[in-house]
Write a protein that binds this ligand. Structure first.
Ligand SMILES: [Zn+2]
Length: 253
């Protein structure tokens, strides 16, 4: 693994992430919600922005896109399905497309549900996943433009990645998600241990991300909808996982 990741706070609970390839000097910003913190992070690391990888069209992920591109000339990679509502796209991507940040290869995985065009970027070699607002630590994105079935399919796809894949996402929501998760999965010892760990991290001002796919499979109620305990907690024993997922997502709204 060669990529260097720099994660930084943007506002109260949003994340910015820079991915740097030391062998070529290439640096990508994952999403572009706010220009000043991204410029500050680049300056702090001494990195030059070459690429901007956009997960979805929401303004807290693209508001600074045009300014950053105008200022730094970076290449913009964004979901093809959102061409009409994301400006300044250089490379439009969809399911199965590969893009390179320097020598680092990312596979585009379409993950609709939060928005219809949402994509996630996955590097198998680097064991890295940028899931935007699809999969959060102990949670998942709201269904603004997709169905429960679409989101369940997207989450199941991400859950099928190797357990040691590092998960980065758009927001620091772990502790608020934890309050919800523990209500529906109260007997889950791994969840209780993760909450204690997250509380300790937040108490010292540290981030709770990255998580891993393995940790999320053990503790995230939205990935555990096929577990009998979750079905029982929402009163839907015998129902399909997608129906348990839909009930959990509804309860969280
Ligand atoms: Zn969003």
């Amino acid at each position: 693994m060669t990529a260097i990741i720099h994660q930084f706070a943007v506002g109260a609970d949003n994340f910015g992430v820079l991915v740097h390839d030391p062998s070529t000097g290439a640096t990508a910003s994952i999403d572009a919600g706010d220009e000043a913190p991204i410029l500050a992070a680049l300056g702090h690391k001494g990195w030059t922005l070459t690429d901007i990888l956009i997960t979805h069209h929401h303004s807290d992920h693209i508001a600074a896109l045009s300014q950053l591109k105008a200022r730094l000339g970076a290449r913009v990679v964004a979901p093809r399905a959102d061409r009409h509502r994301i400006p300044d796209i250089d490379v439009a991507v969809g399911e199965g497309d590969h893009i390179q940040v320097g020598s680092i290869d990312f596979l585009t995985i379409e993950t609709p549900g939060h928005t219809s065009g949402h994509v996630s970027f996955y590097s198998a070699a680097e064991k890295l996943l940028f899931a935007g607002d699809t999969l959060f630590s102990l949670g998942c994105g709201r269904l603004f433009e997709g169905t429960a079935q679409q989101m369940w399919t997207s989450l199941s796809r991400l859950a099928s990645l190797p357990d040691d894949t590092r998960l980065y996402c758009g927001h620091e929501y772990t502790l608020s998600n934890a309050k919800f998760a523990v209500k529906f999965d109260s007997d889950n010892a791994a969840l209780r241990a993760r909450i204690a760990e997250a509380e300790a991290l937040r108490a010292k001002g540290a981030f709770t991300l990255p998580s891993t796919i393995g940790k999320e499979k053990q503790t995230n109620p939205f990935l555990r909808a096929a577990e009998p305990g979750l079905a029982s907690a929402v009163g839907l024993v015998g129902y399909k996982p997608v129906e348990i997922f839909a009930a959990l997502r509804e309860a969280k709204n």
